[in-house]
Design a protein around this ligand. Structure first.
Ligand code: PBG
Length: 310
């Protein structure tokens, strides 16, 4: 009876796996603060993506760690940059069997760790950054991305990327906006995963949202949709279920939630201590995110949950 009347059911089809691929390594590298998650080599990523397809996971979100970083993050649009090469590998290996999403930002590629160009005063220059995102979008689409996902929270980024994609004859490449993205301390382990330290103890409060604000998130989502976003995201997930729910009531496009690195790390740490039942808490957490309104969830739990749900 409980199964019959359940309002929300989590399935593997709801999950997107964030994955890291690193240039210049021969073996996958563990990430201490994300137990079970690794920085992949191109070869190990190809294998892992095959495993995801076998498990029924519909898509992945790709992040790259380049060997060299510079002031503008030029590896983000180098045709032979690590993410572009990995996209070509996966497209060649698996065709349309996996939705290939790529995070579109420059913070993994800049030597100062900011999501854009930094001006003489140390502030991120919003409008100068848009041109870089346009180049990265075209590079990712050319390499085989189905979905590009701008995560830098620059004003006007979705419109800029949409026009660049259309201008380069990629009208079918979708834009998933990290629309309601908060300046969050839950991203700590991710910074280790992508080897990013923001220069001078800086933060992203100048371009990501203040966690005290909720209405502002709705405005950000409306702006992204007006600019042509095909899907929108709320990030992080668990501390922002109210935002997710509000977004669900307001928009009818696909809505994503990102269960981020710190949320995963806390769950894993408590489970490793035997303080909680890891699988049960993971299932409850992801089901709650879906109940709040997400159509799909980016989560480092994707492969293990797929096994639990099988
Ligand atoms: C930016 C980006 C970040 C995350 C996804 N894309 C970090 C940031 O904004 O500082 C965080 C994801 C996570 O914590 O799991 N490229």
């Amino acid at each position: 009876m409980r199964r019959l009347v359940a309002e929300t059911t989590l399935t593997t089809a709801d999950l997107v796996a964030p994955v890291f691929v690193r240039e210049g390594i021969d073996e996958p590298q563990p990430i201490a603060s994300l137990p079970g998650v690794v920085q992949h080599t191109r070869a190990s990523l190809r294998k892992e993506a095959g495993r995801m397809i076998d498990l029924g996971i519909p898509g992945l979100m790709l992040f790259g760690i380049p060997s060299a970083k510079d002031a503008v993050g030029s590896e983000a649009w180098n045709p032979d940059g690590i993410v572009q090469m990995a996209l070509r590998d996966l497209r060649a290996d698996y065709g349309d069997s996996l939705v290939l999403m790529s995070d579109l930002c420059v913070d993994e590629y800049t030597d100062h760790g900011h999501c854009g160009v930094v001006d003489d005063h140390g502030e991120v220059d919003n409008d100068a950054t848009l041109a870089l995102y346009q180049r990265a979008a075209v590079a990712q689409a050319s390499a085989g991305a189905d979905v590009v996902a701008p995560s830098g929270m620059m004003d006007g980024q979705v419109a800029a990327i949409r026009s660049a994609l259309d201008g380069a004859s990629f009208p079918d490449v979708a834009v998933l906006g990290y629309s309601a993205k908060y300046a969050s301390s839950f991203y700590g382990p991710f910074r280790e995963a992508v080897d990013v330290t923001i220069v001078d103890g800086g933060d992203r409060k100048g371009y990501q949202q203040d966690y005290r604000n909720g209405r502002e998130a709705m405005e950000e989502i409306r702006l992204d949709l007006a600019e042509g976003a095909d899907m929108v995201m709320v990030k992080p997930a668990v501390a922002y279920l109210d935002i997710l729910h509000r977004a669900r009531l307001e928009v009818d496009v696909p809505l994503a939630a990102y269960h981020v690195s710190g949320e995963y790390a806390m769950l894993k740490a408590a489970a490793a201590n035997g303080w909680i039942d890891g699988d049960a808490v993971a299932l409850e957490t992801l089901t709650a995110i879906k109940r709040a309104g997400a159509d799909f969830i980016l989560t480092y739990l994707a492969t293990e949950m797929a096994q639990v749900l099988a």
